[in-house]
Design a protein around this ligand. Structure first.
Ligand code: ATP
Length: 652
């Protein structure tokens, strides 16, 4: 089919060069979307319908629609309605499917299949789930893969949820939240392609390494148009060059700051103290002070953005002038109104009543000018909180100010108060538990008229402002009615390892149930105390040992331990990658700072000195949550090495 597309000559069908250019782009995209198909099996499943509208039909299910030379469908896209029973049908609810067959491939060759006779009580099926097991036990070298062949029913419900609704997924580590979110975008793009092509889709992840790790999944599913970003990159209005302490960041991230900003912005709207006098020819037209006041009050109350109201004001004043002209017997038309609106006197009145406000300068003033902040934060922030957010030294200009990531979010809020941020059609927000209320608002305005998929795990929240509960977070996002779903079946972490990590749950998220593991392998799991002087060497040895096994190896360590570890790895001649750099069969070891481990996974993990990981965070709960994240990255083997005693929460 790719050959068909490449061979397509568009000169005959493209009436003019614009059409030709547009069509050429579309053809180019289709070629790119099919590019990987050469190495991917065309189908992974088959459905034989025994009843319903499709009775007697057999469908092969694959990543894309594939047709034969005559244009007849050979393989149906996994997202098509007819494919849905492949993921959802069961013996209890066969959905008219008589036979479901799953195909297994090894290195591109068809090597196995698994049948389920859903409507025949006498049929003996092969033990279900062997192919799923094989898939989830497969070594993880390279970037994240798609899971189309093995999406589970509870995951499929989320993937195919309607585009109108926002869905929030709480899920323990490795339950497939990221995978589900990415497949949901692919599904929505299939089901609502035109609408979403117009409005746009966006996937938000915690950092650049994570985005690099997941960036292949959507192209592999044929979707090339989805933007991927971090929250920081979304709000990059000002150059960030400083860090807040935890206290300042927490106050700046608090939703009360939105009200402080709103007040500060609208305080610029003045009360008229002089009439507006427009001279046209020999006549002077006067709009009195109280009438100007009424116009301003009406615009204030309309609930439109500051900038939109400012743009409407000259026309409102011009309208008042025109009413006077008509009363005096003149017959002004639209051109007169436009000319009056552009009159120097009207412009001057607008400037004094409704001055233009630069969002960055507004935030700069709030963070630099104690008095200005005090006026607008009165009754909202305590004196201490105000002190916490003020910069140590007032900044002189937007370019040189010591902007922090939380400040950039404030500038984004201020920008939206001045002029509305355009909304996308759908936003997937991954690792959502780490966002501050102000960050949720920033994401929320990017899907204000669209919908969102919010993915997270309260137990993995490691910011001082991390989400306490989903209801509150969804309210900040502007989607208070979103459904909250929970995923508890873990596909990544072996049973023994998840049981061990779950010992931390009572201390870090007592309301959450521990995850179960669908992995058959109990996991190769060891916790080794070593003398302090031998720790680094023991870690290097553990990495070497891990490299004798198949798959990727992650060495996860606290920032404080990285210099010693990099020196030791260099001395041992063990090459290592940075997180997000693609592992290959020859470069399989990644050195992962604990703070970047979130969302990533490795076949074997060597975890260095848990106590240092806990100590690397500002408080014990955050430290234990960071440890929980790092303990849940392993797919087959986890080796924990420690010289300092382990946190007592991990004891039996
Ligand atoms: N249905 C499935 N079939 C096969 N593999 C799956 C399935 N669901 C999830 N996985 C695999 O399990 C692993 C974990 O998935 P994912 O990273 O999406 O989990 P997560 O819930 O986002 O984890 P975390 O909370 O750690 O970020 C991935 O390797 C993913 O491909």
């Amino acid at each position: 089919m790719r050959a068909d597309v490449e061979a397509l000559d568009i000169r005959d069908v493209a009436a003019n060069w614009v059409n030709a250019a547009v069509l050429q782009t579309q053809v180019g995209e289709r070629i790119a979307a099919l590019a990987d198909l050469a190495h991917t099996p065309l189908f992974f499943g088959r459905l034989d319908y025994g009843g319903g509208d499709h009775a007697g039909h057999r469908y092969y299910i694959g990543r894309r629609h594939v047709h034969d030379a005559a244009g007849d469908p050979m393989v149906v896209d996994w997202r098509a309605p007819v494919s849905q029973p492949f993921y959802r049908a069961s013996r209890r609810d066969p959905q008219h499917v008589a036979l479901r067959r799953r195909f297994g491939y090894t290195a591109g060759e068809l090597t196995a299949y698994e049948d389920e006779h859903l409507t025949d009580p006498a049929a003996a099926d092969a033990p279900a789930g062997a192919l799923l097991q094989r898939e989830i036990e497969r070594p993880r070298v390279g970037p994240m893969r798609d899971i189309v062949a093995t999406i589970q029913p509870e995951q499929d419900e989320i993937v195919r949820a309607g585009v109108e609704g926002t869905v929030c997924v709480q899920g323990a580590p490795g339950t497939g939240k990221t995978a589900v979110g990415l497949h949901r975008v692919a599904f929505l793009l299939y089901a609502h392609r035109e609408r979403l092509a117009r409005t746009g889709t966006l996937v938000i992840g915690p950092n650049a390494s994570f985005l690099r790790y997941i960036e292949q999944v959507l192209p592999a599913l044929g979707e090339l148009q989805v933007r991927q970003s971090t929250v920081d990159a979304l709000v990059a209005h000002v150059p960030v060059r400083a860090e807040d302490d935890a206290r300042a960041a927490a106050v700046k991230g608090d939703a009360r700051m939105a009200e402080v900003l709103r007040r500060a912005l609208w305080s610029h709207v003045g009360e008229p103290d002089a009439p507006c006098v427009v001279v046209r020819g020999s006549r002077r037209w006067r709009v009195a002070t109280d009438e100007l006041s009424a116009v301003v009050a009406e615009l204030r109350e309309r609930g439109i953005r500051y900038g939109a109201a400012r743009e409407a004001l000259p026309q409102r004043i011009a309208h008042a002038v025109l009413v006077r002209m008509e009363r005096a017997g003149e017959a002004p038309d639209d051109r007169t109104q436009n000319a009056v609106a552009r009159d120097a006197a009207v412009k001057a009145t607008v400037k004094s009543l409704w001055p233009p406000v630069d969002p960055a300068k507004l935030v700069l003033r709030l963070l630099s000018d104690e008095g200005f902040l005090a006026t607008h934060a009165d009754g909202l922030l305590t004196a201490d909180e105000q002190k916490a957010v003020l910069w140590p030294k007032p900044a002189r200009g937007v370019k040189s100010a010591p902007w922090t990531p939380a400040d950039a979010v404030l500038v984004d809020e201020a920008s939206d108060l001045v002029s509305r941020t355009p909304s996308l059609g759908h936003v997937v927000l991954d690792e959502a538990q780490d966002l501050s209320p102000m960050q949720y608002r920033a994401v929320g305005r990017r899907c204000s008229t669209g919908s969102a998929t919010v993915l997270g795990d309260l137990a993995q929240g490691t910011t001082p402002w991390s989400t306490a509960g989903w209801a509150e977070a969804l309210a900040h996002l502007g989607k208070p009615d979103a459904a909250v779903e929970e995923l508890t079946r873990g596909f990544r972490v072996p049973r023994h390892v998840i049981d061990y990590a779950s010992r931390l749950l009572p201390a870090i998220a007592p309301e959450l149930a521990p995850a179960t593991s669908v992995r058959e392998s109990p996991g190769d799991f060891a916790v080794r105390p070593v003398p302090a002087a031998e720790l680094t060497d023991a870690v290097v040895a553990a990495c070497r040992e891990a490299l004798t096994r198949e798959g990727s190896v992650g060495l996860i360590a606290a920032a404080a331990r990285l210099p010693a570890l990099t020196a030791a790895l260099d001395a041992a001649g063990l090459p290592y990658l940075d997180p997000g750099e693609e592992t290959t069969p020859t470069a399989r070891l990644t050195l992962v700072p604990a703070t970047l481990a979130k969302g990533l996974e490795y076949d074997s993990v060597v975890l260095d000195e848990p106590a240092a990981i806990v100590d690397g965070e500002p408080d014990t709960r955050t430290g234990l949550r960071r440890l929980y994240v790092t303990l849940t990255r392993a797919v087959t083997a986890l080796t924990v090495l420690h010289a300092t005693p382990l946190p007592q929460e991990l004891a039996d």
